[in-house]
Design a protein around this ligand. Sequence first.
Ligand SMILES: [Fe+2]
Length: 242
Amino acid sequence: MTKTNGYAARDRSWHPPALTPLYKTSVTRSPRFAPIGAATSLSEETGPVFGHDILGAKDNDLITNFAAPGEMAIGPRIVVQGHVRDEFGRPVPHTLVEVWQANAGGRYRHKKEGYLAPLDPNFGGCGRCITDENGFYEFLTVKPGPYPWPNGPDDWRPAHIHVSVFGHSFAQRLITQMYFEGDPMIWQCPIVGTIPTREAIETLVAKLDRPGSIPMNSLCYQFDITLRGRRQTMFENRMEGM
Ligand SMILES: [Fe+2]
């Protein structure tokens, strides 16, 4: 495995190519020239450090973190949890994990949102947490709905949660999307379709964890994340940094 100052190189054939015309905006976003390799320096080998003191008590609870007192977001209640690990399988502790998502009807709280599904007054759609010493993270939320988007004549995104992981340096930074086991819309999505292999796509599909469910409360989904290396979790549509 190629190494760059301690960070294993990515296998770029495992990730989506930058130019994938069926995902329309990749045509204008993708570079026209081949990338130039460069060794890492201090600016890539370091990153911001976040302490637990930046977090509010409800930051990882999207069901109530935007809700009026005594209210809750509407939708199927779920727990999303997993581990963040590095390319060698070691836990990545004390790193910031952020999530954002549509509400249960598939609608984002965003001024440019164009879908007619209703806003949920008690759902903001974003949360954050910091991994524990074992790299474990957990969110409480509602399962997001699928939504249409202006790509082809009638393209829909599968239900998904956007995930950002800072890692311990900018070289580990990862932004991706998590899908849900058993969703047929995954296999019709032009963004998912940019990922070269089914094996790679499966790494973005959270697994339903029945024993992990909380009776009369929430189903549980497991989603593990790998930073860098040959089997790094997919970037959502382009790789940043090295
Ligand atoms: Fe989205």
